[in-house]
Design a protein around this ligand. Structure first.
Ligand code: DGY
Length: 330
């Protein structure tokens, strides 16, 4: 029997590729190039499935140009690179990788909060430049993390994991805003209090963004929200670029309207707004919140499992549009 043809759109762990190769005829991207849309469409020709990352946009045009495509497995929990409606209309199953990265991403969110508030990268750059010649009472002072109010915008799995770290590990009062309020047990587990969005920006000492990106969360944090924040407050984004208006943030940081920011994601990444690059009071990391080796392995394996289960069992572990399975797919 011929094996289904699968595109693995980016480099992944060789062990995962070897496992996929048992079930599928693989086309890989050994050079790990980020393909343009026409290049991606070209590679998808004749493929029944694809393993993608957040860098591959599977939009309505790509779906229409890929009539043999039956499943796309994203190696990411975020799936704003998928037009899920277009995939569903076409009967293409979409999957993502939730849960396996929750704790690792929360660790990183907290690390970025610590680095930002406690000025770790800024002071390290100072030391490396050879400028450190004496102890001084106010050298690299900044806000506290312990006991400060933690504000979380987007209280899904990762938001709750960050809240637990703050509440239980650092004695932080936690406030949050989310499309829907958590049930009482989940709020108690995070010791979190629900507030409206403006109150969150006004009251929090450290705001962490963990909401999914969509048209409705585009620039959810812009000049107006930044203006509500305390001048001593910090902002951390481990969610998606585009949630923050990066130009407005750079201006707020430059003018000292907030103390500092920690950003793992950017509008138009891997490009970074030049004004952010020029600032001292921002910690910049290259979209690595889920990048522990065990977690990246688990993400690759879950994406592979979704493809294998789809073709061997007619189901998937973490479907985004399970109605496609109920309808029997494409
Ligand atoms: C995710 O899983 O969504 C992370 O941002 C990695 O892309």
């Amino acid at each position: 029997m011929t094996k289904p043809a699968i595109l693995v759109a980016r480099a992944i762990f060789p062990e995962t590729l070897a496992r996929l190769a048992v079930h599928f005829e693989l086309t890989t991207n050994d050079a790990d190039q980020v393909w343009s849309k026409p290049e991606l469409v070209e590679r998808l020709r004749g493929k029944a499935g694809a393993l993608t990352t957040g860098s591959e946009r599977i939009d309505a045009e790509v779906v229409a140009a890929s009539p043999g495509l039956r499943v796309v497995a994203n190696m990411a929990v975020g799936y704003n690179n998928f037009d899920v409606d277009a995939l569903t209309r076409a009967g293409v199953l979409a999957t993502n990788t939730p849960d396996v990265l929750t704790e690792t991403t929360a660790d990183f969110g907290f690390a970025l909060l610590m680095a930002t508030a406690r000025r770790i990268t800024e002071s390290e750059r100072y030391l490396r430049r050879g400028e450190w010649n004496k102890w001084r009472y106010d050298m690299f002072t900044g806000p506290d993390v312990n006991g400060a109010t933690l504000g979380i915008l987007g209280m899904g799995r990762i938001g709750q994991a960050i809240a637990r770290r703050g509440a239980h590990g650092f004695g932080m009062p936690v406030i949050y805003h989310n499309r829907s309020r958590l049930d009482a047990a989940s709020e108690a587990a995070c010791k979190a209090r629900y507030v409206d969005k403006d109150t969150l920006f006004r009251e929090a000492d450290h705001v962490v963004l963990v909401l999914p990106y969509s048209a409705s969360s585009h620039h959810a944090v812009g000049a107006a929200e930044l203006a509500l924040m305390k001048p001593t407050a910090t902002l951390v984004n481990v969610a998606r670029g585009g949630i923050v208006d990066d130009a407005a943030l750079a201006q707020a940081l430059r003018e000292g309207r907030i103390a500092a920011a920690g950003l793992d994601v950017f509008e138009g990444e891997p490009q970074v707004h030049p004004d952010l690059l020029a600032l001292k009071n921002v910690v910049l990391t290259p979209h690595i919140a889920s990048a522990s080796t065990p977690t990246r392995r688990a993400m690759a394996e879950l994406a592979a499992d979704n493809l294998i289960d789809f073709f061997t069992l007619g189901r998937a572990r973490t479907p985004l549009n399970p109605q496609v399975l109920d309808r029997g797919g494409r």
